[in-house]
Design a protein around this ligand. Structure first.
Ligand code: MG
Length: 230
């Protein structure tokens, strides 16, 4: 029986791509760097690669923050202090919190029925501010951030911390997230139920084929209902 829900934040409850685009756009305008879809695509590709390295333990978040904009500026041919820009970019990320469609409604529907938690690999200050800005904060009961937990998704240590804190067993906690590597495979390896939020069509890897999948957050309550009926 599912008693608690662990929601990933970026690209599950809050639209990280749009948040990053807005922060990058604001700063590129400030410094008069050319900003367009191609420049944002360069950010997306490099950022995605760095986050994969982070999830695989090849990189710490401090290292990611140190090198991210240096690599992006090198790729874009812009001469600027990447570390200084990183600080401003991250401050900018905290200023935008566009919602994923249905995020508020799904948390409202879950509140009172389940312990609603967030489980995120991003920094505490930034995510708390964004959850507040988005209006989701009052709908969340517990907060698990890699920074404060001392381990990141998909590591077993991260999930063990959450379950221990919730005093719940593995079959009682459902993870909801968009990342195949951090959320889906993390939950599968640790042995807790998972619902894959996957709004884009695409190939489904074999190991994730049996995982309940939703294309819209509004489908989540049905999935939980079905799990609890089994
Ligand atoms: Mg995510």
């Amino acid at each position: 029986m599912i008693k608690a829900l662990l929601f990933d934040v970026d690209d599950t409850l809050l639209d990280f791509e749009e948040t990053a685009r807005l922060s990058m756009r604001d700063l590129f305008e400030k410094y008069d760097f050319p900003f367009d879809d191609a420049a944002f695509s360069v950010f997306q590709a490099i950022n995605r690669g760095l986050w994969q390295d982070l999830e695989q333990g090849k990189l710490t978040s401090e290292e990611l923050h140190r090198v991210r904009w240096k690599i992006i500026f090198d790729a874009l041919g812009i001469r600027f202090d990447g570390e200084r820009f990183e600080g401003e970019f991250r401050a900018g990320l905290a200023e935008h919190a566009p919602l994923i469609p249905g995020a508020r409604e799904v948390l409202q529907a879950c509140k009172g029925k389940y312990v609603v938690c967030v489980a995120s690999n991003s920094s505490v200050d930034q995510q708390m501010r964004r959850l507040r800005l988005s209006g989701l904060l009052p709908l969340v009961e517990k907060f698990y951030f890699s920074e404060s937990v001392g381990a990141a998704k998909p590591s077993a240590a991260f999930f063990a911390f959450c379950l221990n804190d919730l005093r719940l067993g593995k079959s009682e906690v459902l993870l909801v997230g968009d990342s195949l590597s951090a959320d889906v495979r993390g939950a599968l390896a640790y042995g807790i139920p998972v619902c894959w939020y996957c709004p884009q069509e695409g190939e489904i890897p074999e190991d994730a084929a049996k995982v309940p999948r939703i294309a819209a957050l509004s489908q989540l309550m049905d999935i939980i209902g079905r799990m609890n009926a089994e």
